[in-house]
Design a protein around this ligand. Structure first.
Ligand SMILES: C[S@@+](CC[C@H](N)C(=O)[O-])C[C@H]1O[C@@H](n2cnc3c(N)ncnc32)[C@H](O)[C@@H]1O
Length: 311
């Protein structure tokens, strides 16, 4: 079974590691994985492109060919590329001269393949990935340039797209399934969901927010529905919804007159118990009914740390 590698950007490490594993498990529930600092290695039937194309925090991804102690042990079982480049990714705590390593490995591969070296436009990149415990050799022909949905209307309290994308991925939904965001605001979660093929339905009690969401969706030719109503409208559509992914009001920033804790409590109480829920809220609200959820803290600035809960 192929081993894939994913080098993370370094933001929100635990969240980013879990995102990769969660995506892989959507397509192969038997995915095995190991993580070390910014590196996640998965063993699954899922092509790395599928995972990297969805993930918010993956910077480089590819196949693992094997491990090595000495460069003489490096073997690559891949068809000869037209042109290749060799890159070192040092994730270890030691200072390593990557350029020298690349200059040593490059000629060995060049000789065995008879291929050109091209640093500017390689058809295959060989990665020498060094951690404190292992040295991996990996390869990839994928350039990560995710197509981003456009957002014509922004708003000060909107969710960062990477967090929204990551939350969608943690919901475990595959393409064609339906997500609901009952506090959709400007539609960030809806946009991220639809950009990876997940249908979405937004609800917001503020007419202006619904207008903004609709405009942001139509700008991208997306078809997600937006309903101008309070969150309890979800009860009417719950049979069409596979997961709830949402960013609940933070209190003073919201137009809601109900205190955030009460609002969240009321909201969770109407959700079917088995409904998958990925919810972000402001740290400091004590939600004992989410005791069993996995939680991640995400620092934004000195007066806002968010908690992402996955139930
Ligand atoms: C934190 S904002 C969501 C921001 C959104 N994630 C974005 O990126 O734009 C919360 C939203 O909940 C809406 N809201 C507040 N109380 C509500 C209620 N009772 N029912 C439905 N929507 C509500 C507000 O109008 C606001 O747009």
């Amino acid at each position: 079974m192929p081993h894939n590698f994913f080098v993370l950007s370094g933001e929100h490490l635990e969240l980013a590691q879990d995102e990769v594993v969660s995506i892989s498990k959507i397509y192969d529930q038997y995915t095995e994985h190991e993580s070390e600092s910014r590196l996640v290695i998965t063993k699954s039937t899922v092509p790395f492109e599928k995972i990297a194309g969805r993930a918010a925090f993956v910077r480089i991804a590819g196949n693992i060919s094997g491990t090595f102690d000495d460069i003489s042990e490096i073997e690559l079982h891949v068809p000869r590329p037209d042109a290749f480049a060799c890159r070192t990714i040092n994730l270890s705590s030691k200072k390593i001269d990557g350029v020298t390593l690349e200059r040593e490995v490059g000629p060995i591969l060049k000789k065995s393949w008879g291929a050109r070296v091209s640093l500017s436009s390689p058809s295959l990149t060989i990665y020498l990935i060094l951690t404190d415990t292992k040295r991996y050799v990996g390869y990839s022909d994928m350039i990560l340039e995710p197509k981003r949905p456009e957002k014509i209307f922004k708003y000060p309290h909107e969710l960062e797209w990477k967090l929204a994308r990551c939350m969608v991925n943690l919901s475990g939904l595959r393409e064609g399934k339906t997500l609901c965001d009952p506090f959709c605001g400007t539609g960030t979660i809806l946009l991220e969901a639809e950009s990876i093929g997940i249908r979405s339905i937004g609800i917001d009690f503020d007419e202006k927010m619904c207008y903004i969401s609709e405009k942001n969706l139509s700008q991208n030719g997306y078809e997600s529905r937006v309903i101008n109503s309070t969150f309890d409208y979800i009860q009417k559509i719950k049979d069409d919804v596979d997961a709830v992914v949402t960013d609940v009001p933070y209190g003073s920033a919201s137009r809601s007159s109900v205190a955030p804790k009460k609002l969240i409590q009321d909201f969770i109480s109407i959700l079917p118990k088995k409904m998958k829920l990925v919810m972000v809220y402001k740290k400091g609200i004590d939600l004992d009914y989410l005791d069993k959820a996995k939680k991640y803290e995400v620092y934004r600035h000195k007066s806002l740390t968010r908690v992402i809960a996955v139930r």
